[in-house]
Design a protein around this ligand. Sequence first.
Ligand code: SAM
Length: 124
Amino acid sequence: PRVRDIMNRQVISITEDEEIRVAAKRLLRGETNHLPVLDGNGMLVGIITTYDVSKAVVTDGRLRQVKDIMTRNVIKTTPDEPVDVAAQKLEQNNISALPVVDATNRVVGILSAIDLGKLFGGRR
Ligand code: SAM
């Protein structure tokens, strides 16, 4: 199977100029632990997780915006990539989700370790 067969198309994202508090609220809704970060043109420029928000609280209270704390070097995948290649990216980088981008770096889905788990055991 390919990434497109199991990716989640309902992506919850955030823009880089938003305040960290907005990201925290979105993460607290519990539907995702990974927010792809978009610039004003809708391009993927980073990713932010509960880990990053927690770290910001502990290390530097002056950090205000998503762009101050996001991870800029995003490890991502494409709809056509075989799922085993995507799974290796998760494993090798100790992360649990990959934004899925099209040829113009727009986010078309998100692939999480949970989605990969559905390939086994028949859970839906
Ligand atoms: N073991 C911890 C955990 O499970 O949350 C840390 C894992 S991971 C190293 C945490 C960091 O990975 C965060 O700073 C987050 O922004 C980053 N991260 C998560 N998904 C990523 C991705 N697809 N590409 C790049 N960085 C990512």
